[in-house]
Design a binder for this molecule. Structure first.
Ligand SMILES: [Zn+2]
Length: 213
């Protein structure tokens, strides 16, 4: 009888009785840095932008989705921060941090509003700081917005994107959030980038940049 019990126990262990079926091991983090292509810049670049296309790079990298699966995303950034960006997203991948989608803003015809509404994580976009005539750090490829719906831009009663209104209570952490001390803010801080969630006149929870601007 003892042998039977052992066999049954072994069989139970083999099928994982009492536990969720073992998931296939997740693929490891991978990232590549390459020259940016015209299709990735077509609607986000124009003559007079503060950095030439030759100084921009496309970073293809692994990220987790809200579906609990790994995906490949693409970020266009300044060549001089490409390695730091790879390191930031390696940390996020290791932590299982979810990112909705990650495609160059050109896919939204360069519209920051459309990109934000799609909850798209993005870097380079040759545009001004909203409501000003100053270049945004996005126009230098030195800023990245992460999960804009979960991490909206808030100024007074204005919330961008509109769907971000569901995420104005920053006290209770939800997946994909940028919060003080959280994995996202710490990952960017590890390469010296600063967070727009610390601004005072407005709060740009999605925004990370080299200088904090
Ligand atoms: Zn931004």
């Amino acid at each position: 009888m003892r042998l039977v019990a052992v066999v049954i126990a072994a069989a139970a262990a083999a099928v994982g009785v009492g536990a969720a079926p073992a998931a296939a091991p997740a693929p490891g983090y991978s990232a590549t840095v390459s020259r940016v292509t015209w299709s990735e810049l077509r609607f986000s670049y124009r003559a007079g932008c503060p950095v030439p296309p030759a100084r921009l790079r496309t970073v293809r990298l692994s990220h987790w989705g809200f579906d609990g699966r790994p995906h490949e995303g693409k970020l266009v950034v300044n060549a001089r921060v490409a390695r730091d960006v790879v390191a930031v997203f390696r940390r996020l991948y290791a932590a299982g941090f979810p990112i909705r989608r990650m495609v160059p803003v050109s896919a939204y015809r360069g519209s920051d509003d459309a990109s934000m509404a799609a909850d798209n994580t993005s870097g380079f976009n040759c545009r001004n700081v909203s409501g000003t005539s100053r270049w945004s750090l996005h126009a230098h490829g030195l800023a990245i917005d992460v999960n804009p719906v979960e991490n909206p831009y808030v100024r007074g009663t204005r919330v961008s994107p509109l769907a971000g209104r569901r995420h104005l209570d920053r006290g209770s952490y939800r997946p994909g959030y940028a919060v003080e001390g959280g994995v996202l803010v710490r990952a960017f801080a590890s390469v010296g980038w600063r967070w727009g969630g610390r601004w005072t006149e407005s709060r740009d929870y999605q925004h990370f940049s080299t200088t904090g601007g």
